[in-house]
Design a protein around this ligand. Structure first.
Ligand SMILES: Cc1cc2nc3c(=O)[nH]c(=O)nc-3n(C[C@H](O)[C@H](O)[C@H](O)COP(=O)(O)OP(=O)(O)OC[C@H]3O[C@@H](n4cnc5c(N)ncnc54)[C@H](O)[C@@H]3O)c2cc1C
Length: 346
């Protein structure tokens, strides 16, 4: 395991923040994982697991070891009458993996096309888009405990997936390294295509995983700024889930607020007696006039109010300051507390 000292992370995070890591290494195989365990036992420094850096905001330089997960390999592990079971290593690129399934006419993941990052990070926040989330097709994952070296297998129940949440995000960050994920992909597809931009492309055409994936890719490219052109981390805030009472109180003053009925359980397990409503964080932020805002090199995309952008040389602290101003203004106007979706590394 080669270690680089004082390494720049600029190319390793999609915000393009020029933070540095005291130490940086890459994990390619089992020997590297063993070396990482040894390094952790010998050094009293923190260790951060890094995939594609598309859901991390480095607020400062990182005073420990950043371990970039590069584990590779994917395989059709098994098939039965109902499912194709596909196993894929944690360091594989998520979108390339989705396209690999699509090219083989294996359905299930097509709506999750073009989400940046790696397979190993995908369960951390139960990635989702266009009516599908990872949990819908998840079978199991394997992870190494970085304290003990033990290998654990997690099934669906143990992952505690929720809306952009999981057991790993809430309990085990940097403690468990996800080495591989197995998906159960249905032989009888349940297409989700009731979205403007997807519906039209597929009108009068027999749907296929590839057609839907292609439509989702065009849709995403038209709606979201490309991190290769302008630094960003996709949606910066989760869509808030409100009690029905709170939602109705806001609606009385803001009749256009969108609402999508939810199961009456908030993240964290709080049950709401009268039901719950998810609203749109983008709508709340746009209503406060943030779209296109710019302060120095930190700002809000003019394509999408949920996306905080780095025009060139903004620091993580400057981007986080914009996020905090947005949160304060939304709370002030609507009484709603926004929650950041990316991990903010202090
Ligand atoms: C333009 C853009 C669009 C996006 N669109 C979506 C979207 O539609 N839906 C959605 O859900 N998300 C979206 N995201 C967010 C992001 O792509 C996902 O969260 C993705 O899964 C992050 O993967 P990553 O490899 O980049 O993770 P990183 O940012 O590198 O890491 C994220 C977290 O996972 C941990 N981690 C990484 N790898 C491992 C591993 N192998 N084992 C254990 N922990 C690990 C890290 O420590 C960190 O806590 C978008 C981001 C961008 C930039």
């Amino acid at each position: 395991m080669e270690i680089i000292n004082n390494a720049s992370l600029k190319q390793l995070n999609t915000f393009g923040v020029d933070a540095s890591a005291k130490h940086l290494t890459e994990i390619h195989n089992l020997e590297d994982i063993e070396a990482l365990l040894e390094w952790k036992a010998q050094n009293d420094l923190p260790c951060l697991l890094l995939g594609g850096g598309s859901n991390l905001l480095f607020k400062n330089d990182y005073q420990g070891l950043v371990a970039k997960i590069c584990l590779a390999g994917k395989d059709i592990a098994e098939e039965d009458n109902d499912f194709t079971y596909v196993s894929v290593a944690g360091g594989e690129n998520w979108h390339d993996f989705v396209r690999w399934t699509v090219e083989q006419d294996i359905a299930g993941l097509e709506n999750l096309s073009l989400i940046p990052g790696t397979v190993g990070a995908a369960p951390i926040q139960n990635i989702g888009a266009y009516g599908v989330e990872l949990a819908d097709h998840f079978q199991s994952l394997q992870a190494v405990d970085l304290e003990t070296g033990n290998i654990h297998e997690f099934d669906l129940l143990h992952c505690q997936f929720g809306y952009r949440e999981s057991f790993f995000k809430s309990q085990t960050l940097d403690k468990l390294l996800i080495t591989s994920v197995t998906f159960a992909l249905p032989k009888k597809p349940n297409w989700k295509m009731d979205y403007a931009g997807v519906r039209e492309v597929l009108e009068g055409v027999e749907p296929s995983a590839k057609l839907i994936s292609d439509a989702i890719i065009s849709l995403r490219m038209s709606k979201l700024p490309d991190p290769a052109k302008i630094g960003n981390g996709g949606s910066f805030f989760k869509n808030p889930v409100l009690s029905l009472d709170d939602w109705e109180a806001i609606k009385a003053n803001h009749p256009n607020i969108p609402g999508y009925p939810q199961n009456a359980v908030l993240a964290g397990g709080t049950e709401l007696a009268n039901g719950a409503m998810k609203t749109s964080a983008a709508w709340l932020i746009d209503s406060c006039g943030w779209k296109g805002h710019r302060k120095g090199d930190a700002g809000v995309s003019d394509m999408h109010a949920l996306v905080i952008v780095n025009h060139a040389n903004a620091t993580g602290a400057e981007l986080w300051a914009v996020a905090q101003e947005i949160m304060a203004s939304v709370e002030d106007k609507f009484g709603v507390l926004l929650e950041a979706e990316p991990r903010v590394v202090l």
